[in-house]
Write a protein that binds this ligand. Structure first.
Ligand SMILES: [Ca+2]
Ligand SMILES: [Ca+2]
Ligand SMILES: [Ca+2]
Length: 127
């Protein structure tokens, strides 16, 4: 199934809050099997769909170069929060490191730790 996200919905520089809002707005599309919750696998597909907007210069890796030059400070801060995803330690995140790695936003939003996000959890996370 193709993801039809509204243009510009996902930005590399988007704040976590914006991503939660987008998940809420696109809940039915993200919930591929329609069971009323977003599983880690379904969230992984969202991350996959986001990748072209994240790797803005298209070199296959997420680095500081993928952020607008006027946002270098914020870029470094954001990247510093996901250095643990760099499993091969080359100092940059590949698509698979990013997509398959632990998703801090997902974990934080999953209040009861059952491995899926329901709408109510996202609504709490969006506040
Ligand atoms: Ca689901
Ligand atoms: Ca890149
Ligand atoms: Ca890496």
């Amino acid at each position: 199934m193709a993801f039809v996200m509204s243009a510009g919905a996902y930005q590399a520089s988007a704040q976590p809050q914006d991503l939660v809002q987008n998940l809420l707005a696109n809940f039915e599309r993200v919930d591929l099997n329609g069971d009323g919750s977003i599983s880690r696998a379904e969230y992984r597909k969202v991350q996959d769909a986001r990748w072209p907007q994240i790797d803005r210069n298209g070199d296959g890796f997420l680095t500081v170069d993928d952020f607008p030059s006027n946002a270098a400070g914020r870029a470094k801060a954001q990247l510093a929060t996901i250095t643990h995803l760099d499993t091969d330690g080359d100092g940059r995140l590949s698509q698979s490191e990013f997509v398959d790695g632990e998703a801090p936003l997902f974990s934080r939003a999953d209040r009861n730790g059952d491995g899926v996000l329901i709408r109510a959890e996202l609504e709490v996370a969006a506040r």
